[in-house]
Every structure is written in C-alpha cells, then in structure tokens.
Write a protein that binds this ligand. Structure first.
Ligand SMILES: C[S@@+](CC[C@H](N)C(=O)[O-])C[C@H]1O[C@@H](n2cnc3c(N)ncnc32)[C@H](O)[C@@H]1O
Length: 360
C-alpha cells in the first residue's frame, strides 16, 4: 500500500494550496453527523488560509472532518471532544501519520473467532438493532481489536464506528427496528462487509503531515495559546435540547466496548441507550454563558466560530460576545445551508443560514 504524499507544498500559491488541502479533505470518510461541516469546507479552508498560523485547536471535533482539513492545511491540530468516539476518529485520521490496516488485520477482525467469548453487545441489543449475525460480529471483532494498540487499534475502532453508523437508518440510534429503511444497500450489507469497506475508506484517508494530537475532554478544560481556534459548538435550538449522546450513544459505546461492558445503560429505555452527558452547550438556557466563557478562554487566539441562524443566541448577540473579548467586531460570512437531517418533508424547514464569524 502506498501512502498519500503530504499535501502542503509551501512553494504553491495560496489558492492552489487551499485547493490541494480541499482535495485531501474530500477523501475523509463520510459519517452522517449532526452539524458536520463537510459542505462548508471550502469557506472554512479559505478562512483558515487567510488567518494562517501553525497551531490549531478544534475543541468540538465531531466527525473530525475539520480537524483533518486543518492538518491538510499544514496546522498542528489538537482535536478535542467531550465524547470518546470523535476523538478516536481524529486519532485514526489526524494523529496517525502512516499506519494502515492490512488485509491480514481485516481478516483477523472479521474472522468471527471470538477470542474471549464476550457477548455484551449481543446480550444487550439483541432484537433492537441489527441482525444477530451483525451483533455477534461486533462482539467477536472487539475481542480481536482489544489485542491491538495505537493507530492500528484506532483505525479498527474508527472502521467499526463508521460501519455501524452506515448500517443504521439515518445514522442515528433514537429508533429501533427498520422504520426508516429506504432500501439503501448500505442498510442491508452484513456489518462485516460494511466494516471491510470502511477500513478501505479510513486507510485511504491516512497521510503524513504535521504532528497532531487528540484528547478527550470538555472545552472548558482545554489549554489556551493557539494560533487558531475553530469553535463549532452544538447549536442550541429555540425549543428542545441539543443532545449528541441521544443520537449517537451506540457509536460512543462501541468506541470503547461500552467501557469494557461497565458503562451505565438506561435499562428502562426502549433503546437501552447510554445516560445523557451534561453540556452547557445543549440548551438555550445555558449556551449564552458557555459561549461567552469559551470566547474569553481563547481570546488570545484567532477565533473562527460556526453558528446557525435557526439557533439561540442570534447573530447580533454572537457578534457582541466576540467584540467584548476581542475588542473589535468579527467579520461575518453567511452561507445558505441545508441540513441533511430530517425527512424530505421537513428538509425545507431545516434550510437555514450558516454563519462563520472570524476574529483574528
Ligand atoms: C456541531 S458538532 C461539531 C461538528 C464538527 N465540526 C464536524 O464537522 O463534524 C459539536 C460537537 O461538540 C461536542 N460537545 C458538546 N459539548 C461539548 C463540550 N462541553 N466540550 C467539548 N465538546 C462538546 C459534541 O459531542 C459534538 O461532537
């Protein structure tokens, strides 16, 4: 297997460098993730290139695609998220510079041989998600992955996570059964085959670039002193809460085998999901103060903040918060954006403006 060449060539003019980084970023495996910025990469790449710098923090990493873009643009990126699986994806794709999974690795993981007889996933989720064959595959695959280390293990877990997300209708785990089955091939492929395809996807994302890091934690415990900080917090809706664990708890559990089978499960729920994780960014009541504190925390860095017009607080408030900590008004880039969440009927409702606020 050959490695992709580093994409950052400082001899190239800036526009060509942005194009090369975007080409690399488009090879990032696609995970359906609420609020992911796959479609906004061109605007973000241009903004990051204009701000420049060497170090960057992405403390709301999510799918990991923006961290990956920053690495492709030559930044030493530190990815963070308060959930474990986004950090694992970032380790596999950004921290990892050269490791790929081999055919032998894939054959071992998908052999069906359950090294230690573990059955937590089959026991807990039988009849709720996937087929019994798929659940047995997850248990046996994990029994093999547990013997791996470092980037090899990260790639294997990233592939399992992506495979599980692609096999679940709409990529979310709020419903059981196949209510949203639209006949798509990816929903019917056995998970072991889906896993194989996802390994290929992660393998081809691997490239040798600037040294990067990934760590799990709440944004408020992140260190300061970065050239650039990209803030992409959850967008608090005017009604209801914005809860990532409610949608993606299965991927979170899968990323560390439900903390080796010890994670707290909400046994009384139909979905047997993981308990909610509190975040001040989840609700309109607390997000204003949380944003103000986060902006203040990174006031020494160039800040790029993503936010949506259908969320709270509004653009005037955000502009005011940034002006307060930076001493001048941010530049505001406004883009029309259609969220891919929701059914076709509600898709129009989800059409909104996406803001990128830039404060050097
Ligand atoms: C809008 S998403 C980020 C999307 C990402 N930029 C992408 O393109 O996929 C927000 C992320 O913030 C994380 N998050 C929520 N509250 C957090 C907190 N207090 N500290 C760190 N991460 C948090 C969520 O787990 C979620 O992954």
């Amino acid at each position: 297997m050959t490695l992709t060449q580093p994409v950052l060539d400082l001899q190239l003019p800036r526009v060509a460098r942005v194009d090369a980084a975007l080409t690399q970023a488009r090879s990032y495996p696609h995970l359906r993730y609420m609020g992911s910025k796959y479609r906004l990469l061109p605007a973000l790449a241009d903004t990051f290139a204009q701000l420049g710098g060497e170090t960057a923090l992405d403390p709301f990493t999510g799918s990991g695609v923006v961290s990956y873009l920053l690495k492709a643009q030559g930044f030493h990126v530190t990815s963070r998220d308060y959930l474990n699986f986004p950090v694992t994806l970032a380790r596999a794709s950004c921290v990892n510079q050269t490791t790929m999974l081999t055919e032998e690795d894939v054959a071992r993981i998908s052999s069906g041989e359950n090294r230690d007889g573990r059955d937590f996933i089959s026991r807990t989720y039988g009849g709720l998600y996937f087929t019994s064959g798929d659940l047995a595959f997850l248990d046996s695959a994990w029994s093999q992955i547990a013997t791996m280390e470092g980037a090899q293990q990260d790639l294997a877990i990233a592939s399992l996570v992506l495979a599980a997300a692609r096999k679940q209708p709409r990529g979310v785990f709020t419903v059981t059964g196949l209510r949203y089955d639209d006949g798509r091939e990816s929903l019917h492929l056995p998970l072991a085959e889906q896993f194989r395809r996802c390994v290929e996807a992660w393998n081809s994302s691997v490239f040798d670039g600037p040294a990067c890091q990934a760590e799990r934690g709440d944004v408020k415990s992140a260190e300061g002193n970065w050239d650039l900080v990209y803030l992409d917090p959850p967008y608090a809706p005017p009604r209801d809460d914005n809860d990532y664990i409610k949608r993606y708890w299965f991927l979170e559990g899968l990323s560390d085998y439900w903390q080796d089978g010890t994670a707290e499960i909400m046994e009384t729920t139909r979905t047997k999901k993981l308990a909610k994780r509190a975040t001040a960014f989840g609700s309109k009541r607390t997000i204003g103060d949380a944003l103000a504190a986060t902006l203040d925390q990174f006031s020494d860095s160039s800040i790029v903040l993503s936010y949506g017009s259908n969320a709270v607080p509004d653009l005037d408030t955000l502009t005011g918060l940034i002006t307060d900590v930076k001493g001048s008004r941010p530049e505001v880039i406004t883009l029309r954006h259609r969220y891919h969440f929701g059914t076709h009927a509600s898709a129009t409702r989800r059409e909104a403006e996406e803001y990128i606020l830039v404060a050097p």
